[in-house]
Design a protein around this ligand. Structure first.
Ligand code: FVH
Length: 293
C-alpha cells in the first residue's frame, strides 16, 4: 500500500500496551509518520515492521514530533516515562486513565515544562480503534487551542468529545461513565446468580436482560432533568414508596435462590434512607444527594 504521508503531521506515541498498539495502527494506516516508544522494546517490533519508527528512549521519541500521545498504565508510569524529558514546545495528549486530580496535576506539570496539555479518557476498547461504526470516542479536556489544532490527528483512531478547559473533566467523565458501567455489571451478576441453579439457559436469558437494561437506561434523562430542576417528583412513573415496598421481595427472592444480596442491598438501603427524609412521590433521584459527603 502506498501512503501519502506528506500532508499528515507526525505523531509520537508513548506506550504500546493493548490500547496504545491499537491506536498506533490507526495513525500508520492513515499515513501519519509515527514514532513509538515502549519501556519493553520488544513490543514495538510488530509496529516497526508496519512502518513505525522506533525510538530508543522516551526523550528521543518526544524529540521526533510536536504531537506527543501518551497511553501508559497509570499516572505513575507517565511520571516515570517522562521524567527529565524536554517537553518545551510540545503538545502533550495524555490518554492514560487517571483520577481528575492526577490529570489536573499533570496538566500543571506539563505547562511548567513549556508544553500545551490535553487530557483524554478513552471510551473504547482496543478493537474499536479505527472502526468508526463501533462508536468509540475519547473525552478530551484541557487546552482548547491544542484540541482545535490537533483535532484531525486525534480523530483518526476514535471520535472526539471536548468537555472543557478543566484538565480533570475528561477523567471525571470517563470515571463517571465507567462507574455506571460497573453498577450495571453488578446488577447483571446478581441477575445471573438468581437463575444460575435453575433450568434456565443463560444464553436465552441474556437478550432479555440486555433489552431490559437498554430500555431502563433511558431513565437517566429523567434523572438528569430532575437534578437540574430540583423537583424529584417531576414526571415520576414509579414512585419511591412503591419501589421501597418492593425491596423485601427482591431480598427474599435472593434468599430463596441462595444468592447473596451484597450487591443490591446497599442500594436498597439508600432508597429507604431517602424515603425516610424525602417524599413518597419522588423518583430515585434523591439517592444522588445521599451519596454526596
Ligand atoms: N485496554 C482497555 O480495554 C482499556 C480501554 C480504555 C482505556 N484503558 C486505559 O488505557 C491505558 C493503557 O491501557 P492498555 O490496555 O494499553 O494497558 P497495558 O496493555 O497493560 O499496557 C500498559 C502500558 O504501560 C506501560 N507501562 C507500565 N508501567 C510503566 C512504567 N513505569 N514506565 C513506562 N511504561 C510503563 C507498559 O509498558 P511495558 O510493560 O510493555 O514495558 C505498556 O506499554 C490505561 O490507562 C488503561 O486504563 C485501556
Amino acid at each position: 500500500m502506498t501512503r501519502n504521508t506528506a500532508a499528515k503531521p507526525p505523531v509520537t506515541l508513548l506506550g504500546l500496551g493493548a490500547m496504545g498498539t491499537a491506536l498506533a495502527r490507526t495513525w500508520l494506516a492513515a499515513g501519519h509518520p509515527l514514532t513509538v516508544w515502549n519501556r519493553t522494546a520488544a513490543r514495538a517490533e510488530a509496529l516497526a515492521a508496519e512502518g513505525a519508527k522506533v525510538a530508543d528512549s522516551a526523550a528521543s521519541a518526544v524529540a521526533a514530533s510536536a504531537l506527543i500521545v501518551v497511553c501508559l498504565l497509570d499516572d505513575d508510569s507517565v511520571g516515570e516515562a517522562l521524567d527529565g524529558v524536554d517537553l518545551a514546545g510540545r503538545d502533550l495528549v495524555n490518554l492514560t486513565t487517571t483520577t481528575p486530580a492526577q490529570a489536573r496535576a499533570r496538566a500543571a506539570w506539563a505547562e511548567e515544562r513549556g508544553a500545551r496539555y490535553l487530557d483524554g479518557g478513552i471510551m473504547a476498547v482496543p478493537p474499536m480503534a479505527g472502526v468508526p461504526e463501533a462508536g468509540g470516542y475519547v473525552f478530551y479536556s484541557g487546552s482548547r487551542e491544542l484540541f482545535e489544532a490537533r483535532r484531525e490527528a486525534l480523530a483518526v483512531p476514535l471520535g472526539t468529545k471536548y468537555v472543557g478547559a478543566d484538565a480533570g473533566f475528561a477523567a471525571l467523565h470517563d470515571v463517571a461513565l465507567l462507574s455506571a458501567m460497573y453498577g450495571m455489571f453488578a446488577g447483571t451478576a446478581h441477575a445471573f446468580a438468581l437463575i444460575r441453579r435453575e433450568d434456565i439457559d443463560p444464553v436465552a436469558f441474556a437478550p432479555l436482560l440486555a433489552d431490559w437494561l437498554a430500555a431502563m437506561a433511558q431513565g437517566v434523562h429523567g434523572t438528569a432533568a430532575q437534578l437540574r430542576s430540583g423537583d424529584y417528583s417531576e414526571g415520576v412513573v414509579s414512585n419511591l414508596a412503591m419501589q421501597v415496598a418492593g425491596t423485601p421481595t427482591f431480598l427474599a427472592t435472593a434468599e430463596g435462590q441462595g444468592v447473596s444480596p451484597e450487591l443490591i442491598r446497599p442500594y436498597f438501603e439508600l432508597m429507604r434512607r431517602r424515603l425516610d427524609v424525602g417524599s413518597d412521590e419522588e423518583d430515585l433521584t434523591g439517592v444522588v444527594d445521599l451519596l454526596l459527603r
